[in-house]
Design a binder for this molecule. Structure first.
Ligand code: 4NP
Length: 162
């Protein structure tokens, strides 16, 4: 199984949205048996909580399930347990790299979500906990998740051919 971990600050707004949207895309492409997704936060304020009301109502509007998604904090073992660790902003990337320590230095399995969308000149997925704009996040998340799926397929295909 190929595994993806989305990381944000609180694990109630952006990364659970990405997890739910990505899972939905996996379902649509019938790839759920090949790739799995989870999410976590660098902070510990919302442990065990379901996604934020803004993320829930947005996902409901698009008919995307989010049942079972609960906030958890990122842990050192996540570095070994996941193949792709996708950070929603620059601070999240800095914080997980600090947690993982030198073994993650320069390793490309940890990267920023917006690197999936280089045509959009923004480093960070804006945090709707502060902006209130969940639609803007959905727009980026849906495009980026689709790009992530393409990237994974391409990389795994190359691995099979090698
Ligand atoms: P998220 O947003 O990182 O996208 O889940 C936040 C959620 C909660 C807090 C900050 C950001 N907080 O400070 O509680």
């Amino acid at each position: 199984m190929i595994s993806v971990l989305f990381v944000c600050l609180g694990n109630i707004c952006r990364s659970p949205m990405a997890e739910a949207v990505f899972r939905q895309q996996l379902k649509e492409r019938q790839m759920e048996h090949i790739i799995e997704a989870d999410s976590a936060g660098t902070g510990d304020w919302h442990l065990g909580k379901p996604p934020h009301e803004g993320t829930r109502s947005l996902l409901e509007r698009y008919g995307i399930p989010y049942d079972g998604i609960r906030a958890r904090q990122v842990r050192i073992d996540d570095y070994n347990d996941y193949d792709y660790i996708v950070c929603m902003d620059s601070n999240n990337e800095r914080d997980v790299r600090q947690l993982f320590g030198s073994k993650s230095d320069g390793h490309t399995k940890v990267f920023k979500f917006m690197e999936l969308l280089p045509e959009i000149k923004t480093d960070d997925v804006p945090d709707p906990y502060y902006t209130g704009n969940f639609d803007e996040v959905y727009d980026l998340v849906s495009q980026g998740c689709s790009r992530l799926l393409d990237k994974i397929c391409e990389e795994q295909l190359n691995r099979t051919e090698a």
